[in-house]
Unconditional design. Structure first.
Lengths: 185, 280
């Protein structure tokens, strides 16, 4: 796996320099949150503007890992489809989340909000959960334990491979990539 | 009559849950290896390499291929000369799923009700399809089916006059709309004919055929080939990052239908197309 080594949390300068199509190897902390956790996070923000975990400047990973067998940090831990989080993403970007990791394209509203709030959307390889789990060095449940696989985990990652999909200039790798390789039948 | 205790089915299902989630089929590995040679996009090749490495890590370390260890879909072909003893067959299958998902630390993804959404905690109930066939064997096929690609699947009641070109358009439209969401390179199951519900089941059965095995009917074998070429012209590529390989294969299953109908279903499967089979 190739890529530029990047430390987390992402700095303002780094976010500014990232371009769609860049391959990165992330090291630092990620926070998992998928469908049910998003619902609670957004409810919590609208109630009192607070979150159970400080996510300002942090990167959220849309993932629901398999249980950790004895002696392992985590089970299989690949990304889930981001689209389902679209309607709950903007409040988190407004709050100050700076990066999102998932798979699949985002809504026009989310893409606009990424530009506006200077945040990036990254993709990890869907269906490579065993490989990605090797890059996770520690995992700790930090909120919503009752949600099981949907709880929020704080993950320490080392050289976790991702690709930049949406940068702060409004570029989109899914659109650009398909355009570059599309052929007439 | 051959007597088979349902406890044997439970044990086999439990083992199959683990086997399917830790081992990518040889046919899929072969298909991905071929795709690696043909993919022109550098990031696309990197993705395919990651997927192949992932399969190796998964079987070596006993870590599931994907965190979505799926709906537990089970196909049972029951020989009509078999007499099942020792309990309820449905319950025996669910017991096997419960044991397998627990023993191998697989993710429990089933909720009890589509709107109440409480996790059942053991990945049951299984989705079971029964067929009664001649003979005295039981053939069990276990298919962990991921939610991401299932969500991108579609069904359409075409007009008979739309024919082949209507089907091609519908398949391309479905794959294009799915984009990166279905985790390409995908395997595409197309069910044509029957009723509303049978064409969906045909599409799922089409996914079970070994990757390189074409339809036994010459016309459909040719249509599968043309559809696969057309899909790979879409440019979506591995993980949607742009590239030549969007599909590893297109498989079609067809069935007789009504003079007024041309039901067509497209069931997408991610590259982790998992299925294992045993004959008891």
């Amino acid at each position: 796996m190739s890529g530029m080594k990047v430390s987390l949390p992402l700095t303002e300068q780094m976010i500014h320099d990232l371009r769609c199509g860049d391959q990165l190897l992330l090291s630092g902390f990620l926070y998992t949150a998928r469908d049910a956790a998003h619902k609670r996070l957004v409810e919590s923000l609208s109630k009192n503007g607070k979150l159970p975990v400080e996510l300002k400047s942090q990167v959220i990973y849309y993932a629901g890992p398999t249980p950790a067998p004895p002696g392992r940090v985590i089970g299989s831990a690949g990304p889930t489809t981001s689209q389902r989080m679209d309607s709950m993403t903007i409040p988190l970007l407004e709050y100050g989340v700076k990066g999102l990791i998932g798979k699949g394209s985002r809504s026009e509203e989310v893409k606009k909000a990424l530009v506006q709030h200077k945040a990036v959307y990254l993709a990890a390889t869907g269906g490579a959960g065993a490989l990605l789990a090797q890059r996770i060095k520690s995992a700790e449940i930090v909120a919503y334990e009752d949600l099981g696989p949907e709880a929020i985990y704080k993950l320490e990652v080392q050289e976790f491979p991702v690709v930049v999909i949406n940068d702060i200039n409004g570029n989109d790798l899914y659109e650009a990539g398909q355009k570059a390789y599309k052929r007439l039948i | 009559m051959r007597r088979i205790n349902v406890e044997v089915i439970t044990q086999n299902i439990a083992e199959m849950c683990c086997e399917a989630n830790f081992n990518l089929g040889k046919d899929i590995i072969e298909g991905l290896t071929e795709a690696l040679k043909n993919e022109e996009s550098p990031v696309g090749r990197d993705v395919i390499q990651q997927i192949l490495n992932n399969a190796e890590i998964s079987s070596r370390d006993g870590v599931p291929l994907c965190q979505d260890t799926g709906f537990a879909v089970v196909f049972i072909e029951l020989g009509q000369e078999v007499s099942l003893v020792g309990g309820d067959l449905d319950e025996a299958i669910n017991k096997g799923v419960r044991e397998g998902y627990h023993r191998c630390y697989l993710r429990k993804s089933m909720v009890n009700d589509p709107l109440m959404r409480d996790n059942t905690g053991d990945n049951t109930p299984a989705v079971v399809h029964y067929n009664i066939v001649p003979g005295n064997n039981i053939k069990i096929t276990f298919v962990p089916k991921g939610g991401g690609s299932e969500n991108m699947s579609r069904i359409k009641m075409l007009k008979p006059t739309e024919g082949e070109s209507g089907i091609i358009d519908f398949v391309l439209e479905t794959v294009n709309a799915a984009g990166a969401n279905a985790c390409p390179p995908v395997v595409i199951g197309v069910g044509i004919g029957g009723t509303f519900e049978t064409c969906a089941l045909l599409a799922k059965k089409a996914l079970l055929r070994p990757l390189q095995q074409v339809n036994s009917n010459v016309y459909y074998a040719d249509l599968e080939k043309r559809l696969c070429l057309a899909v790979n012209c879409l440019g979506i590529g591995p993980q949607g990052f742009g590239g030549r390989i969007t599909a590893l294969a297109v498989h079609i299953e067809a069935a007789p239908t009504h003079i007024a109908c041309l039901p067509t279903a497209v069931n997408l499967n991610c590259h982790a197309s998992r299925h294992v089979q045993r004959i008891l």
